[in-house]
Design a binder for this molecule. Structure first.
Ligand code: ADP
Ligand code: MG
Length: 256
């Protein structure tokens, strides 16, 4: 049965989507069966997996509104080696449409239950907000992976997310926990980043993943080719780090 993870952080531009597509590609590369769910109306994880968000017949919007099943909405990204439930602008409207509906925060969870046997990992790319969309992700997940840059306000920004996760854990999803914090866009030459990284380890201990993702231009270039860095340039330092991270995640779920 699939283990389901949200890639979340309420800040934008911190590396959520880059982490989602590259972790998905890294897991596929080491032989895992993976489904990526794009919960961000920007559809970056969809496009970044080589799936054209403008040409999709069904998206995660249809899954949430129950006008398509998850099996109908998923598509295969052959080049990346994993399945995708895509998103596009239409999803922005779901927020409002869901409010009046029953089981509004549990819809993704129910849909994923129908395909859980098909995968080892489901990765959910969350939007940069603690919205009803993110709530659907958090209700569906066993755990949260939090990508973060080692910057001055990093720890402060984390407290909102940690509180939200605590509330969801207490009220909606007793399975939910933080799996780990992933240091991304890391530049070891910058003393401040080293210091924040040490602070993170002192504060969160085991929850900080061993793998560190370096700042690497190939990871930033890959989306314009519609590919994760791991597929676009497997030899790049950043790509290798994501494959290492995939192996670390495989090790972690064995202990879950
Ligand atoms: P989010 O999904 O949190 O908004 P993204 O994954 O889209 O963040 O990343 C924000 C920007 O940073 C993108 O332009 C992306 O290509 C770039 N980026 C992310 N991770 C790295 C990295 N390790 N090295 C270099 N650029 C990166
Ligand atoms: Mg994103």
């Amino acid at each position: 049965m699939a283990k389901i993870f949200c890639i979340a952080n309420q800040k934008g531009g911190v590396g959520k989507t880059t982490t989602t597509v590259n972790l998905a590609a890294g897991l596929a590369k080491v032989g895992q069966r993976v489904l990526l769910v794009d919960l961000d109306p920007q559809g970056n994880a969809t496009m970044g997996s080589g799936v054209d968000k403008r040409e999709l017949e069904n998206t995660v919007y249809d899954v949430l509104l129950e006008s398509a099943t998850l099996a109908e909405a998923r598509v295969r990204s052959e080049r990346c080696g994993y399945d995708v439930v895509g998103a596009n602008r239409e999803l922005a409207g779901a927020e409002v449409e869901l409010v009046g509906l029953e089981r509004r925060e549990k819809r993704l969870k129910q849909a994923l239950a129908t395909v859980a046997a098909d995968y080892d990992f489901v990765l959910i790319d969350c939007p940069p907000s603690l919205s009803l969309l993110t709530l659907n992700g958090l209700c569906a997940a066993h755990g949260v992976v939090v990508p973060m840059q080692c910057e001055y306000f990093a720890l402060e920004g984390l407290s909102d997310l940690v509180n939200t996760i605590k509330q969801v854990h207490a009220n909606l999803n007793p399975d939910l926990k933080i799996i780990g914090l992933l240091r991304v866009m890391f530049d070891a030459r910058i003393t401040l980043q080293q210091q924040v990284s040490e602070q993170l380890k002192a504060h969160f201990g085991e929850k900080v993943f061993d793998t560190v993702i370096p700042r690497n231009v190939r990871l930033a270039e890959a989306p314009s080719y519609g590919l994760p860095g791991v597929v676009f340039d497997p030899a790049a330092r950043g790509s290798q780090a994501f494959v290492e991270f995939a192996n670390e995640m495989v090790g972690r779920i064995k202990r879950m």
